[in-house]
Design a protein around this ligand. Structure first.
Ligand SMILES: Cc1cc2nc3c(=O)[nH]c(=O)nc-3n(C[C@H](O)[C@H](O)[C@H](O)COP(=O)(O)OP(=O)(O)OC[C@H]3O[C@@H](n4cnc5c(N)ncnc54)[C@H](O)[C@@H]3O)c2cc1C
Length: 608
């Protein structure tokens, strides 16, 4: 049965071929129809409206170019890119597919019979009792929540873990980008620019048991001394002897590093040696990274689609699986917590949480302790949707969501004369810290084909499409990528609009803009100095959201205290990246886990 009318089908087919040349052969409209069948009505309406708009501009690529800046164009371009570079083929298609055209054949994909059933509308899943009780309820199972739940369970506490995403252990994972985006990733969100000069930033995160640690690249960095110095400056955070110092955090870093098996990755592939010469030519230094991947890592390049071998240590295989296996914690996956429940008749105290089942029904958990660890974008939303918490209206509650740090990043790619095959390597074995006070560069890497094609922009920052896009993608194996992340000053916000929808805003300060410009110029120069014949880059994105419920000793400048306890609310804790007092100059997960270990230890003491 068709979801689109005949005229719409014809318009869409013509659009796909103009936006992604060569794609008509695989039948992209059949992909779009399957996606539409599972879409909420409002999103489906937007697709119908977009088809209506582009219908008037399909005479040629030139006439389509007139609307290439519109949201409607972007929406349809995204779907066309997914269909072709995601390797879809309509039933009955027998010729080459998108992956054949760009010669993308990673090890797992060769063994994979692609199962597209994830595109079908979700069936309702059984509901929980809807009236659970626990001593501690932990919300979110990522870097922070996964560790805290397992730690408290090990110590004998009655822990219930609620997670919005599904349970997808390593044996179920394949090198299949679109399935991973659907099953392991949040649908990509984006910041709203504050001014015309601000670029939107794509927000990347995981939604599954194990959270973003399941799809991250596992670089394990401690915060720099100057990062930690900013903690006290921003929120008055104290350590043992006054302002918090790296020595205060060191025991917690050591604890998680031991458990994660952090080790150095000096197993550089040829593409790293290629770019190393470029760094050297610019007087900069490329060094091996440390990461939480063990020696069984086969360097297959599957990190962002979920490690299929458990060589990548995520919170699922390292903390949660043993805890679940031993019966030390209970897990409810596919449950989205919507608000914190409180008793405000005397000293405000938490009494539990409300959650939504996949079929839309709701349930509640009664618990005297709630640990929010839903990530730096979602933890503040839960607090802002909790009327009793918002009604406290203290300096601390008013800060929730007001200080979002992004550590914005860009992928910069150089085209080389010989194949680089960056998709067949462990993506980040090297980094350059020479300019760490402004930006850090990591590599070498390439995104999977859909992400690579979706993110690519032209010199004016407009999404690439048409012949230009197809030309860049055709050389997929010849590009080497560097990821450059610039320091920021927590100038983003997470708020709710009057309808209760999240609005994530980011405006760049003059200093942040300068850093981003310098970061791009430096990285492009490195690639040219290394011999790249062409350099292209992506728009801005971030996978390092932080600081929306900051930890500090000054309640006027922070949301939680050193123990992770919300100022002024008994039993309410935050235990994820939201607590970082100031945006870091390095990848944040190790610091999030170190702070989570510290919070779990303090909480266990309080519960004893
Ligand atoms: C592609 C990518 C690569 C990365 N690479 C690195 C790296 O190499 N090194 C590094 O240090 N960092 C890396 N990161 C970042 C790092 O993984 C995150 O900073 C870290 O996982 C954040 O931890 P968290 O506990 O704050 O949130 P998350 O790990 O995101 O966990 C939050 C969990 O809460 C769940 N949740 C959200 N809302 C709700 C709700 N309402 N109810 C119930 N559950 C909810 C989510 O589904 C998720 O599972 C990367 C991130 C990405 C996206």
């Amino acid at each position: 049965m068709h979801v689109l009318g005949d005229q719409e089908l014809a318009v869409l087919a013509r659009f796909c071929e103009l936006a992604v040349p060569g794609s008509a052969a695989i039948g992209p409209v059949s992909y779009v129809e399957r996606v539409l069948a599972g879409m909420p009505p409002a999103e489906e309406d937007a697709v119908h409206a977009a088809i209506g708009l582009v219908a008037t501009c399909l005479d040629s690529a030139d006439s389509l170019a007139r609307i290439a800046h519109t949201e409607a164009f972007g929406l349809l371009r995204g779907l066309a890119v997914e269909a072709f570079y995601g390797d879809y083929a309509a039933p009955g298609h027998t010729g080459p597919t998108g992956h054949d055209v760009i010669d993308f054949a990673p090890p797992q994909a060769r063994r994979l019979r692609k199962d597209w059933s994830f595109l079908d509308p979700a069936a309702g899943s059984p509901t929980a009792s809807g009236r659970e009780t626990a001593e501690v309820v932990v919300v979110g199972s990522g870097a922070g929540g996964g560790l805290i739940a397992a730690d408290l369970g090990r110590r004998g506490h009655d822990v219930l873990l609620l997670e919005a995403g599904g349970l997808h252990p390593a044996e179920d994972r394949t090198r299949f980008e679109l399935a991973a985006r659907h099953q392991l990733w949040w649908p990509t969100r984006s910041t709203v620019p504050r001014t015309d000069d601000d670029e939107p930033v794509a927000l990347l995160a995981g939604r599954c048991v194990g959270g973003t640690t399941v799809i991250n690249t596992k670089v394990a960095m401690r915060a720099a001394d100057f990062d930690v110095a900013r903690f006290h400056a921003e929120t008055g955070l104290l350590g043992r002897d006054g302002a918090v110092t790296p020595a205060d955090l060191a025991p917690w870093y050591e604890k998680v590093e031991r458990r994660l098996g952090v080790r150095e990755r000096a197993d550089w592939t040829p593409s790293v040696h290629t770019v190393r010469a470029g760094f050297a030519a610019l007087g900069a230094c490329l060094e091996p990274v440390r990461s939480y991947t063990d020696f069984t890592c086969s360097r297959c390049g599957s990190c962002t689609t979920g490690c299929p071998t458990n060589a990548g240590r995520d919170t699922l295989n390292t903390y949660l699986a043993p805890a679940l296996g031993r019966g030390e914690i209970r897990l409810l996956a596919d449950r989205t917590v919507t608000r914190v429940l409180m008793d405000t008749s005397a000293t405000p105290r938490v009494t539990g949480v409300r959650y939504r089942n996949p079929d839309g029904s709701t349930g509640e958990v009664s618990a005297p302790v709630v640990v929010l660890a839903a990530g730096s974008l979602n933890t503040p939303q839960i607090l802002l949707r909790s009327p009793d918490y918002v009604a406290l209206d203290t300096p601390s509650t008013r800060l929730v969501g007001a200080t979002l740090g992004l550590h914005p990043a860009r992928l910069v790619y150089g085209l080389f004369d010989s194949p680089q095959d960056c998709h067949l390597a462990y993506p980040i074995t090297a980094h350059c810290l020479t300019h760490q006070r402004d930006f850090v560069v990591e590599g070498t890497t390439i995104q999977e084909p859909v992400s690579f094609a979706t993110g690519m922009v032209d010199a004016l920052g407009r999404p690439l499409w048409g012949v230009e896009l197809a030309t860049v993608l055709r050389d997929y194996r010849y590009w080497t990528g560097l990821l450059v992340m610039a320091n920021d000053e927590n100038t983003g916000t997470v708020e709710l609009d009057p309808a209760g929808r999240a609005v994530i805003t980011k405006g760049f300060s003059v200093a942040e803009r300068r850093r981003l410009d310098d970061a791009l110029a430096f990285t492009a120069d490195v690639l040219r100095a290394a011999g790249a014949t062409r350099v292209v880059w992506s728009g801005l994105s971030t996978s390092h959201m932080q600081g929306t419920a900051r930890m500090g000793d000054d309640p006027a400048r922070s949301v939680v205290d050193l123990a992770g306890r919300a100022h002024g609310v008994d039993g309410l804790y935050v235990g994820d990246g939201s607590v970082l007092p100031a945006s870091l100059s390095v990848n944040p997960s190790l610091t999030i886990m170190a702070m989570a270990a510290m919070i779990a230890d303090g909480l266990a003491g309080a519960l004893a």
